[in-house]
Each structure stands twice: as C-alpha cells, then as structure tokens.
Design a protein around this ligand. Structure first.
Ligand SMILES: [Zn+2]
Ligand SMILES: [Zn+2]
Ligand SMILES: [Zn+2]
Length: 278
C-alpha cells in the first residue's frame, strides 16, 4: 500500500506566490528599516525564437526602472528560461513599470505580473445570501482592485444560522478588505479578514513561497511526508520525517510530517509570510 503521495502539487499552489527570497528580503528590510512592501515579481516569457538573453538585453537597453520608482531586487532565469524580475514598488508604480516593459518588449515576449494571492474570509452573512450578492458587494467595495474572475465559495449554514464566504483575491484587494474589517452584504455589515494560508512550494516542499521562485534544493522527487525517494515500493510504510526541520540542523525534532503542528520550520515560515503580507 502506498501511504504517502509522491509530489503533492495542489492546483491552487501554482497560482499563489511568494518566496524564500521574499522572506529573506523581508528579514533584511525589517533589519534595516521597517517597510511594509513585499516585493512582487514580473515574469517575461520570451516568444518566437527569442531567448532569455535577448529579452533581458532588450529591456535593459530601453527601460529605466528608476523612472517608474521601481527597485529591482533581483533578475533571474526561471527553469523554463523566462525572465523573472523581483520588484519592489507601490501598486501604481508597478503598473507603470509593467506598461513600459510591454512597450519595450513588443512582440519578443509576454509580460505577466505574478501577484501573491490571499484568501479572504467573510463572516456573518445571513442564510439567504446568494453568491452573486457577495460578488457584487466586493466588486462595489474594491472598485478597480476587483477582478471578475474571482471565485467565491460559500460554506453551509453554521449553528448560529449564518454563512461564511471565501474569496481568493490579489494581495492589494485582500489588504484593502482586511484593513476595513467589514464589508456590507445585504443587510449585514459583515466581518472580513485575510485568512492565513501559507503557500507551499512543491519543488522543495518548503512554505512561504512557490516553485517558480524557489531557490532551495529540488526535493520534488522526495516524499513530502517522510523524505524518502522510494515510495512506489509495495511494502512502503515509513514513519514521518521532516526534511524541512532536518535542513535547519538546530536539533529540532524530526519525527513529524512537514508543515504539521509540530513543525518549527513551518511555524517560522508562516510567521514571516504573514508578517510580510499584513
Ligand atoms: Zn521551494
Ligand atoms: Zn513517504
Ligand atoms: Zn518540520
């Protein structure tokens, strides 16, 4: 019997992002000066017969980040050969920088913003609330930060006769709601907050970032529960061992599944991640 699934890769992980890099950057930032901006990333996919170097050359020669008040934290080549720019800037400046990149790149590449996603929890909805009503309320509240593709999930009625709704939003939108604390839906001024959800990387199995920006060792072929490679064995049944805590080499207990309640490594990553997005 196979007790551990190899290479778990939940779909939603691919849409989320942040990074060890981001976490490190955050650490550095808090060390020097408190700044609440979290670097985001712009991904440029070379098209046609262009490659990484062509695209990089083209943008380097025509775009000036300082004109958009953008700080480039790093330039990297992804495993797919795309250009990954980690940028620090305000949302408006990022948008202007993206436009400049698009102009500079023309048909040589596709420019895409990788925005961290956050799950937002809305409480106190009365039981007659329809999904569309939640959508309309969020749309009205968020204005241009609203994205029509946002999915809303509603829970079943709880014992007090109210509903909860969950929406996965970009970070700006989620922060806006979290800051407000309430949003009116139907008759009720509903409580709303960012639901802590720490992204996990399927490449290194670490928390707080996703694979596209992972700088850790590739442990994708290792079991996410016990860290062994030979899963497919019929007699497979190993006790859990945490490869994340093992990496810390600080004497942390290892006899747990990575990311479980006993995982110190997860706790650290989650703390940094949540600090960075709030
Ligand atoms: Zn990773
Ligand atoms: Zn295993
Ligand atoms: Zn652990």
């Amino acid at each position: 019997m196979i007790t551990c699934k190899q290479r778990q890769r939940p779909k939603k992980e691919r849409r989320q992002k942040t990074t060890q890099t981001l976490l490190n950057a955050t650490k550095r930032e808090t060390a020097t000066k408190r700044r609440r901006t979290r670097p985001e990333a712009v991904l440029i996919k070379p098209t046609g017969n262009r490659n990484y170097a062509d695209v990089l050359k083209q943008i380097r020669s025509t775009v000036k980040p300082e004109e958009s008040n953008v700080i480039i934290k790093s330039i990297r080549k992804t495993r797919q050969g795309h250009v990954l720019l980690e940028v620090g800037a305000s949302p408006e400046d990022k948008a202007s920088f993206r436009t400049k990149l698009k102009e500079a790149i023309q048909g040589a590449g596709e420019v895409r913003q990788l925005s961290p996603k956050c799950q937002v929890e809305i409480r106190d909805l009365d039981i007659s609330t329809e999904c569309d009503e939640v959508k309309d309320a969020l749309k009205a509240f968020l204005g241009e930060d609203w994205n029509d593709e946002t999915k809303i999930n509603m829970t079943k009625t709880d014992f007090r006769g109210s509903l909860k709704a969950f929406a996965v939003l970009n970070e700006t939108a989620a922060n806006k709601l979290d800051k407000a604390g309430h949003v009116r839906i139907g008759w009720v001024n509903c409580r709303v907050r960012i639901k802590a959800q720490v992204p996990r990387c399927y490449r290194c199995h670490g928390y707080g970032h996703i694979a596209v920006i992972c700088r850790e060792a590739d442990r994708g072929n290792l079991c996410c529960k016990c860290g062994h490679e030979d899963h497919k064995s019929a007699a497979y049944n190993r006790p859990p061992k945490c490869i994340l805590c093992e990496e810390r080499k600080d004497g942390s207990e290892l006899d747990h599944i990575p990311g479980s309640a006993a995982c110190e490594s997860y706790k650290d990553a989650a703390r940094l991640y949540l600090k960075a997005i709030r």
